[in-house]
Design a protein around this ligand. Structure first.
Ligand SMILES: *Cc1c(COP(=O)(O)O)cnc(C)c1O
Length: 356
Protein backbone atom coordinates (compact mmCIF):
# COMPACT_ATOMS: atom_id res chain seq x y z
CA UNK A 1 0.00 0.00 0.00
CA UNK A 2 1.27 3.47 -0.83
CA UNK A 3 2.25 5.43 2.24
CA UNK A 4 0.71 8.86 2.48
CA UNK A 5 4.00 10.72 2.09
CA UNK A 6 5.02 8.69 -0.93
CA UNK A 7 2.49 10.61 -2.98
CA UNK A 8 4.86 13.55 -2.69
CA UNK A 9 8.02 11.78 -3.81
CA UNK A 10 9.43 13.31 -6.96
CA UNK A 11 9.15 10.74 -9.74
CA UNK A 12 11.91 10.75 -12.35
CA UNK A 13 12.75 8.97 -15.58
CA UNK A 14 16.38 8.17 -14.94
CA UNK A 15 19.00 8.60 -17.59
CA UNK A 16 20.53 5.21 -18.34
CA UNK A 17 24.29 5.44 -18.89
CA UNK A 18 26.30 2.92 -20.89
CA UNK A 19 27.61 -0.08 -19.05
CA UNK A 20 31.05 0.26 -17.35
CA UNK A 21 32.32 -3.36 -17.36
CA UNK A 22 34.73 -4.27 -14.59
CA UNK A 23 36.89 -6.40 -16.87
CA UNK A 24 40.11 -4.47 -17.50
CA UNK A 25 40.62 -6.11 -20.89
CA UNK A 26 37.17 -5.07 -22.16
CA UNK A 27 37.01 -3.35 -25.54
CA UNK A 28 34.75 -0.48 -24.58
CA UNK A 29 33.03 1.07 -27.56
CA UNK A 30 29.83 2.03 -25.73
CA UNK A 31 30.23 5.44 -24.05
CA UNK A 32 32.13 7.57 -26.58
CA UNK A 33 35.22 7.85 -24.43
CA UNK A 34 38.52 8.70 -26.08
CA UNK A 35 40.79 5.65 -26.54
CA UNK A 36 43.94 7.74 -26.14
CA UNK A 37 45.33 9.13 -22.90
CA UNK A 38 44.91 12.79 -21.97
CA UNK A 39 47.67 15.35 -22.50
CA UNK A 40 51.01 14.47 -20.88
CA UNK A 41 50.85 18.00 -19.44
CA UNK A 42 48.00 16.75 -17.24
CA UNK A 43 50.30 14.01 -15.92
CA UNK A 44 52.96 16.60 -15.13
CA UNK A 45 50.36 18.71 -13.34
CA UNK A 46 49.22 15.63 -11.43
CA UNK A 47 52.76 14.95 -10.26
CA UNK A 48 53.12 18.57 -9.22
CA UNK A 49 49.90 18.64 -7.18
CA UNK A 50 50.37 19.85 -3.63
CA UNK A 51 48.22 17.43 -1.68
CA UNK A 52 48.21 19.70 1.38
CA UNK A 53 46.16 22.15 -0.71
CA UNK A 54 43.30 19.64 -0.53
CA UNK A 55 42.50 20.74 3.01
CA UNK A 56 41.17 23.95 1.49
CA UNK A 57 37.91 24.29 -0.46
CA UNK A 58 38.39 24.62 -4.22
CA UNK A 59 38.27 28.04 -5.90
CA UNK A 60 34.51 28.58 -6.20
CA UNK A 61 34.77 29.74 -9.79
CA UNK A 62 37.60 27.57 -11.08
CA UNK A 63 39.47 30.75 -12.01
CA UNK A 64 42.59 29.29 -13.65
CA UNK A 65 40.51 26.84 -15.67
CA UNK A 66 38.02 29.43 -16.93
CA UNK A 67 40.90 31.72 -17.83
CA UNK A 68 42.71 28.97 -19.74
CA UNK A 69 39.50 28.07 -21.63
CA UNK A 70 38.84 31.74 -22.42
CA UNK A 71 42.38 32.16 -23.73
CA UNK A 72 42.20 29.01 -25.85
CA UNK A 73 39.10 30.34 -27.63
CA UNK A 74 40.09 34.02 -27.74
CA UNK A 75 37.35 35.00 -25.29
CA UNK A 76 37.23 37.01 -22.11
CA UNK A 77 36.82 35.31 -18.77
CA UNK A 78 33.33 36.84 -18.48
CA UNK A 79 32.28 34.77 -21.52
CA UNK A 80 33.08 31.40 -19.92
CA UNK A 81 31.45 29.26 -17.26
CA UNK A 82 33.07 25.95 -16.29
CA UNK A 83 31.13 23.23 -14.47
CA UNK A 84 31.34 19.62 -13.32
CA UNK A 85 31.03 18.06 -16.78
CA UNK A 86 28.82 19.54 -19.48
CA UNK A 87 25.94 17.60 -17.91
CA UNK A 88 26.21 19.98 -14.94
CA UNK A 89 26.54 22.99 -17.25
CA UNK A 90 23.52 21.94 -19.32
CA UNK A 91 21.35 21.17 -16.28
CA UNK A 92 22.22 24.57 -14.77
CA UNK A 93 21.44 26.21 -18.12
CA UNK A 94 18.00 24.56 -18.23
CA UNK A 95 17.39 25.77 -14.69
CA UNK A 96 18.56 29.31 -15.50
CA UNK A 97 17.03 29.94 -18.92
CA UNK A 98 13.97 27.75 -19.35
CA UNK A 99 11.22 29.25 -17.24
CA UNK A 100 8.71 30.15 -19.92
CA UNK A 101 5.11 28.99 -20.27
CA UNK A 102 6.01 28.25 -23.88
CA UNK A 103 7.63 24.90 -24.64
CA UNK A 104 11.36 24.42 -25.04
CA UNK A 105 12.11 22.69 -28.34
CA UNK A 106 14.65 19.97 -29.03
CA UNK A 107 14.88 17.17 -31.60
CA UNK A 108 12.90 13.99 -31.07
CA UNK A 109 16.12 12.00 -31.40
CA UNK A 110 18.91 13.62 -29.43
CA UNK A 111 20.91 13.39 -26.20
CA UNK A 112 18.44 11.68 -23.89
CA UNK A 113 19.39 13.80 -20.89
CA UNK A 114 17.46 16.81 -22.30
CA UNK A 115 14.07 15.26 -21.63
CA UNK A 116 15.29 13.93 -18.26
CA UNK A 117 16.23 17.45 -17.09
CA UNK A 118 13.11 18.99 -18.55
CA UNK A 119 10.93 16.56 -16.60
CA UNK A 120 12.97 16.83 -13.42
CA UNK A 121 12.93 20.65 -13.51
CA UNK A 122 9.31 20.79 -14.71
CA UNK A 123 10.27 22.61 -17.89
CA UNK A 124 7.59 22.46 -20.57
CA UNK A 125 8.99 20.97 -23.79
CA UNK A 126 8.09 19.63 -27.21
CA UNK A 127 10.25 17.43 -29.39
CA UNK A 128 10.67 18.09 -33.10
CA UNK A 129 10.95 15.08 -35.44
CA UNK A 130 14.07 14.69 -37.58
CA UNK A 131 13.80 14.09 -41.32
CA UNK A 132 16.16 11.30 -42.43
CA UNK A 133 17.97 11.90 -39.14
CA UNK A 134 18.49 15.56 -40.04
CA UNK A 135 17.45 18.66 -38.12
CA UNK A 136 15.47 21.04 -40.35
CA UNK A 137 15.94 24.68 -39.24
CA UNK A 138 12.52 25.65 -40.63
CA UNK A 139 10.89 23.36 -38.04
CA UNK A 140 12.20 25.68 -35.32
CA UNK A 141 10.41 28.78 -36.62
CA UNK A 142 7.66 28.81 -34.06
CA UNK A 143 6.86 30.10 -30.61
CA UNK A 144 9.07 28.56 -27.98
CA UNK A 145 10.59 29.08 -24.57
CA UNK A 146 14.07 28.04 -25.65
CA UNK A 147 15.86 25.67 -28.01
CA UNK A 148 18.51 23.00 -27.44
CA UNK A 149 20.31 21.19 -30.20
CA UNK A 150 23.31 18.90 -30.06
CA UNK A 151 25.63 19.54 -32.98
CA UNK A 152 26.77 17.09 -34.19
CA UNK A 153 23.64 15.37 -32.94
CA UNK A 154 23.73 12.31 -30.71
CA UNK A 155 23.32 9.44 -31.15
CA UNK A 156 22.94 9.99 -34.91
CA UNK A 157 26.38 11.58 -35.43
CA UNK A 158 24.90 13.95 -38.03
CA UNK A 159 26.38 17.45 -38.33
CA UNK A 160 24.15 20.45 -38.99
CA UNK A 161 26.01 22.95 -41.21
CA UNK A 162 26.89 26.27 -39.60
CA UNK A 163 24.48 28.24 -41.84
CA UNK A 164 21.62 26.06 -40.58
CA UNK A 165 22.65 26.64 -36.95
CA UNK A 166 22.71 30.38 -37.64
CA UNK A 167 19.28 30.15 -39.27
CA UNK A 168 17.88 28.69 -36.03
CA UNK A 169 19.56 31.33 -33.86
CA UNK A 170 18.61 34.22 -36.16
CA UNK A 171 14.96 33.20 -36.23
CA UNK A 172 14.72 32.76 -32.47
CA UNK A 173 16.17 35.90 -30.99
CA UNK A 174 13.53 36.01 -28.28
CA UNK A 175 14.76 32.80 -26.66
CA UNK A 176 18.00 31.28 -25.51
CA UNK A 177 19.40 28.80 -28.03
CA UNK A 178 21.80 26.24 -26.58
CA UNK A 179 24.11 24.39 -28.96
CA UNK A 180 25.66 21.35 -27.28
CA UNK A 181 28.96 20.82 -29.10
CA UNK A 182 30.17 17.75 -27.20
CA UNK A 183 31.55 16.26 -30.47
CA UNK A 184 32.37 19.37 -32.50
CA UNK A 185 36.15 18.78 -32.41
CA UNK A 186 35.80 15.60 -34.48
CA UNK A 187 35.08 17.42 -37.73
CA UNK A 188 32.44 20.12 -37.39
CA UNK A 189 32.67 23.90 -37.38
CA UNK A 190 31.84 25.43 -34.02
CA UNK A 191 29.15 28.07 -33.83
CA UNK A 192 31.23 29.87 -31.19
CA UNK A 193 32.02 32.91 -33.43
CA UNK A 194 28.25 33.52 -33.70
CA UNK A 195 28.10 34.28 -29.97
CA UNK A 196 29.59 37.70 -30.79
CA UNK A 197 26.69 38.41 -33.10
CA UNK A 198 23.83 36.80 -31.15
CA UNK A 199 23.44 37.52 -27.44
CA UNK A 200 20.97 34.63 -27.08
CA UNK A 201 23.36 31.87 -28.20
CA UNK A 202 25.07 29.61 -25.66
CA UNK A 203 27.72 27.11 -26.76
CA UNK A 204 28.38 24.14 -24.47
CA UNK A 205 31.45 21.92 -24.83
CA UNK A 206 33.18 19.25 -22.77
CA UNK A 207 36.61 17.78 -22.05
CA UNK A 208 35.04 14.30 -21.84
CA UNK A 209 35.27 13.29 -25.50
CA UNK A 210 37.90 15.04 -27.62
CA UNK A 211 40.06 15.88 -24.55
CA UNK A 212 40.03 12.32 -23.12
CA UNK A 213 39.10 13.62 -19.68
CA UNK A 214 35.69 12.09 -18.89
CA UNK A 215 36.77 10.96 -15.42
CA UNK A 216 37.68 14.46 -14.24
CA UNK A 217 34.26 15.93 -15.12
CA UNK A 218 34.85 19.24 -16.88
CA UNK A 219 32.42 20.99 -19.19
CA UNK A 220 31.87 24.64 -20.04
CA UNK A 221 29.52 27.17 -21.55
CA UNK A 222 30.60 30.08 -23.74
CA UNK A 223 28.53 33.07 -24.76
CA UNK A 224 27.49 36.61 -24.05
CA UNK A 225 28.44 37.83 -20.57
CA UNK A 226 24.79 38.28 -19.63
CA UNK A 227 24.05 34.60 -20.23
CA UNK A 228 27.20 33.52 -18.40
CA UNK A 229 26.58 35.71 -15.39
CA UNK A 230 22.97 34.48 -15.19
CA UNK A 231 24.16 30.86 -14.94
CA UNK A 232 26.73 31.81 -12.30
CA UNK A 233 24.10 33.59 -10.23
CA UNK A 234 21.85 30.55 -10.24
CA UNK A 235 24.68 28.17 -9.53
CA UNK A 236 26.06 30.24 -6.68
CA UNK A 237 22.63 30.58 -5.12
CA UNK A 238 22.51 26.90 -4.21
CA UNK A 239 25.01 24.62 -5.91
CA UNK A 240 27.76 23.61 -3.55
CA UNK A 241 29.38 21.20 -5.98
CA UNK A 242 32.19 23.17 -7.56
CA UNK A 243 34.86 21.58 -9.71
CA UNK A 244 37.33 20.00 -7.30
CA UNK A 245 40.90 21.21 -6.88
CA UNK A 246 42.74 18.46 -8.82
CA UNK A 247 40.27 18.77 -11.70
CA UNK A 248 40.85 22.54 -11.85
CA UNK A 249 44.64 22.12 -11.89
CA UNK A 250 44.72 19.24 -14.38
CA UNK A 251 41.97 20.74 -16.51
CA UNK A 252 43.94 23.97 -16.82
CA UNK A 253 46.86 21.98 -18.26
CA UNK A 254 44.48 20.20 -20.65
CA UNK A 255 42.94 23.47 -21.83
CA UNK A 256 46.38 24.78 -22.76
CA UNK A 257 47.61 21.77 -24.75
CA UNK A 258 45.88 22.26 -28.05
CA UNK A 259 48.75 20.76 -30.07
CA UNK A 260 48.59 17.37 -28.34
CA UNK A 261 44.87 17.06 -28.90
CA UNK A 262 45.08 17.99 -32.55
CA UNK A 263 47.15 14.80 -32.90
CA UNK A 264 44.76 12.47 -31.06
CA UNK A 265 41.72 13.93 -32.81
CA UNK A 266 43.40 13.23 -36.17
CA UNK A 267 44.01 9.62 -35.14
CA UNK A 268 40.38 9.12 -34.08
CA UNK A 269 38.96 10.67 -37.25
CA UNK A 270 41.31 8.67 -39.51
CA UNK A 271 40.20 5.46 -37.79
CA UNK A 272 36.57 6.54 -38.09
CA UNK A 273 36.86 7.03 -41.86
CA UNK A 274 38.46 3.60 -42.26
CA UNK A 275 35.76 1.93 -40.11
CA UNK A 276 33.05 3.64 -42.17
CA UNK A 277 34.41 1.93 -45.31
CA UNK A 278 34.68 -1.45 -43.60
CA UNK A 279 31.18 -1.25 -42.13
CA UNK A 280 29.76 -0.29 -45.52
CA UNK A 281 31.42 -3.28 -47.11
CA UNK A 282 29.80 -5.47 -44.44
CA UNK A 283 26.40 -4.06 -45.47
CA UNK A 284 25.81 -1.63 -42.62
CA UNK A 285 23.79 1.53 -43.24
CA UNK A 286 24.44 4.82 -41.46
CA UNK A 287 24.31 8.58 -41.87
CA UNK A 288 27.70 10.20 -42.23
CA UNK A 289 29.20 10.75 -38.79
CA UNK A 290 31.26 13.75 -37.78
CA UNK A 291 31.78 12.46 -34.24
CA UNK A 292 33.80 9.75 -32.50
CA UNK A 293 31.08 7.15 -33.02
CA UNK A 294 29.04 5.57 -35.83
CA UNK A 295 25.32 4.90 -35.47
CA UNK A 296 24.60 1.99 -37.77
CA UNK A 297 22.02 -0.64 -38.64
CA UNK A 298 21.98 -3.58 -40.96
CA UNK A 299 19.05 -4.98 -42.92
CA UNK A 300 18.34 -8.53 -41.69
CA UNK A 301 20.56 -8.27 -38.59
CA UNK A 302 19.17 -7.81 -35.10
CA UNK A 303 21.04 -5.02 -33.33
CA UNK A 304 20.38 -6.56 -29.90
CA UNK A 305 21.56 -10.01 -30.96
CA UNK A 306 24.74 -8.60 -32.47
CA UNK A 307 25.38 -6.48 -29.36
CA UNK A 308 24.97 -9.54 -27.12
CA UNK A 309 27.23 -11.68 -29.32
CA UNK A 310 29.90 -8.97 -29.18
CA UNK A 311 29.57 -8.74 -25.43
CA UNK A 312 30.34 -12.49 -25.22
CA UNK A 313 33.64 -11.58 -26.83
CA UNK A 314 34.21 -8.79 -24.35
CA UNK A 315 33.37 -6.05 -26.88
CA UNK A 316 30.84 -3.48 -25.66
CA UNK A 317 28.72 -1.33 -27.97
CA UNK A 318 25.63 0.72 -27.16
CA UNK A 319 22.01 -0.10 -27.99
CA UNK A 320 18.98 2.12 -27.23
CA UNK A 321 15.81 0.12 -26.66
CA UNK A 322 13.39 2.74 -27.97
CA UNK A 323 11.02 2.33 -30.93
CA UNK A 324 12.93 4.82 -33.11
CA UNK A 325 16.43 3.57 -32.27
CA UNK A 326 16.10 -0.15 -31.59
CA UNK A 327 17.52 -1.25 -34.96
CA UNK A 328 20.78 0.62 -34.46
CA UNK A 329 24.04 0.18 -32.60
CA UNK A 330 26.19 3.10 -31.57
CA UNK A 331 29.81 2.15 -31.99
CA UNK A 332 32.45 4.38 -30.42
CA UNK A 333 35.69 4.78 -32.37
CA UNK A 334 38.48 3.13 -30.38
CA UNK A 335 42.09 2.49 -31.34
CA UNK A 336 42.83 0.80 -34.66
CA UNK A 337 43.47 -2.50 -32.87
CA UNK A 338 40.17 -2.27 -30.98
CA UNK A 339 38.26 -1.51 -34.17
CA UNK A 340 39.92 -4.42 -35.95
CA UNK A 341 38.79 -6.75 -33.13
CA UNK A 342 35.27 -5.31 -33.37
CA UNK A 343 35.15 -5.68 -37.17
CA UNK A 344 36.51 -9.24 -37.05
CA UNK A 345 33.97 -10.29 -34.39
CA UNK A 346 31.14 -8.65 -36.36
CA UNK A 347 32.18 -10.36 -39.61
CA UNK A 348 32.37 -13.69 -37.81
CA UNK A 349 28.90 -13.21 -36.29
CA UNK A 350 27.38 -12.37 -39.68
CA UNK A 351 28.99 -15.44 -41.30
CA UNK A 352 27.93 -17.77 -38.48
CA UNK A 353 24.35 -16.56 -38.82
CA UNK A 354 24.25 -16.82 -42.59
CA UNK A 355 23.77 -13.07 -42.89
CA UNK A 356 26.87 -12.42 -44.97
C1 LIG B 1 28.82 13.08 -23.56
C2 LIG B 1 27.84 14.16 -23.83
C3 LIG B 1 27.58 15.17 -22.92
C4 LIG B 1 28.10 15.16 -21.50
O1 LIG B 1 29.38 15.17 -21.31
P1 LIG B 1 30.04 15.40 -19.89
O2 LIG B 1 30.85 14.19 -19.67
O3 LIG B 1 28.98 15.59 -18.83
O4 LIG B 1 30.82 16.63 -20.10
C5 LIG B 1 26.73 16.19 -23.27
N1 LIG B 1 26.09 16.19 -24.46
C6 LIG B 1 26.28 15.22 -25.36
C7 LIG B 1 25.55 15.27 -26.64
C8 LIG B 1 27.14 14.17 -25.06
O5 LIG B 1 27.30 13.17 -25.93
Amino acid sequence: MEREWEKYFREVDPYVPGEQPERPDAIKLNTNENPYPPSPKALEALKGLDYTSFRRYPAPEADSLEEAIAENYGLKRENVFAGVGSDDVLALSFLTFFNSEKPVLFPEITYSFYSVWAKLLKVKYETVPLVNFEIRPEDYRRENGGIVIANPNAPTGVLLPLEAVEDIVRNNQKSVVIVDEAYIDFGGTSALPLTRKYENLLIVQTFSKSRAFAGLRIGYAMGDRNLISAIKRVKNSFNSYPINTPAIVLGTAVAKDRAYYEGTIKKVTATRERVKKELRSLGFLFSDSMTNFIFARREGTSAVDLMNALREKNIFVRHFATPLLKDYLRITIGTDAEMDAFLAATREYLKEHGEL
